[in-house]
Design a protein around this ligand. Sequence first.
Ligand code: NAD
Ligand code: PRE
Length: 402
Amino acid sequence: MEQAEGTVRHTVQEKIEGADVLRRVAIIGLGVIGGSLAMALTQGQLVDEVIGVDRDEETRKLALATRAAHRVEAYAAEAVAEADLVVLATPVRTYPAIIESIVHRLKPGTIVTDVGSTKQWVLEQMGRLLPPGVRFVGGHPMAGSEKQGIRGADRYLLENAVYVLTPDADTDAGALQAVENLFKAAGARVLQIGAEEHDRMVALVSHLPHMMAVALVETLSEAAKEYPKAPMLAAGGFRDTTRVAAGDPQMWVDIACTNREPLLHMIGCFRNALDRLEAQIDACGGCGSSQERSRASDNDTSVEALRETLAHAREVRLSIPRKAKGILPGIHEIVVTVPDEPGVIGTMARLLGDNGVNIADIEILRVREGHGGTIRIGFYEAPDADRAVEVLAGAGIIVKRW
Ligand SMILES: NC(=O)c1ccc[n+]([C@@H]2O[C@H](COP(=O)([O-])OP(=O)(O)OC[C@H]3O[C@@H](n4cnc5c(N)ncnc54)[C@H](O)[C@@H]3O)[C@@H](O)[C@H]2O)c1
Ligand SMILES: O=C(O)C(=O)C[C@]1(C(=O)O)C=C[C@@H](O)C=C1
């Protein structure tokens, strides 16, 4: 057992309405998700003790160094005996072996939850493996990253993120309430959805986009044999649509294998949409070189059909809130253009703070070193964004409201 020094032990859950109070939490897998949850619980003092489990020694050291856990263990069985809550945060197909290794150490009444990206398969495995008296609540935070391991973890990853819990008829109400309370205290917005429905929806909004990104990157890789400079030309369009393809192959194999049918169905829907688009582009015919030919084809019914598809997609995409995690209301944004000088961000933050304006989010968009850059600042409320424009513009800063 390895132990962090000087950690504070408090619990704030007494302040939270609900059934069981979860004092001791064991988190198995301290990567992006487990590490982030561990940091939120430990640093936020939401429980008395977080016991982090990871098979990787460096991860365990980093977990102590970053106060992600009060103590760490290499083996799950060492961590779960005294835990009120056990969180599985490893790739989903590792769960059965982990449960088999700890099942004899779980005391009756222990709650087990998981953060896995697929839920129906997990529910079936837990039903098969957990003894009566151990209470399972399936979960899935709708936040994450293409990074891997504890270095990609972030104490505030769950802040404002939708956190899906997937209770069924057998789920213990007290356990469900306790888990919901804990994740809400960690900053998440909890939604309850049946496992099957969850799996169909994430196949659409998460697993299909991942496979599309992979297909795009594979297409580039193949075509680059003919056009070796093509990757150099990849700007925002390619980068934005393929970021997730850098994700962990093992995690995504597990997702594909445990959500096979819904994912195949969505790939079929996507193929149909791509076929329709291909037919519409094909029907447009080639544009001649003269201006008349271009104008004539602009009025063509085929061109109109393509324009309608693109306009519809644009409308739908614009209706999804910017920068919001999951289905949350958007953040109100401004963009400032500032010189590349030391302290410039601090100056703006102080100006806004002095005027009672709270910053929700800040991101450096682009920089030319030694010259200047653009910075995006987000606010929870529209009046705050309006006031920020007034304050910053009043101080001579170039600012635009998005
Ligand atoms: N990354 C995301 O965007 C995301 C989002 C939501 C949910 N999830 C789900 O969260 C889970 C974890 O994903 P992640 O991105 O945090 O992975 P990760 O690769 O960042 O971390 C996994 C950690 O688990 C450890 N580990 C693996 N097998 C282990 C075992 N048998 N015993 C002990 N430790 C073990 C690894 O050393 C690693 O530190 C997956 O089930 C995934 O589907 C991921
Ligand atoms: O990379 C991100 O930004 C993610 O949030 C990752 C993402 C997603 O597809 O949205 C990936 C898998 C998860 O199960 C949940 C979230």
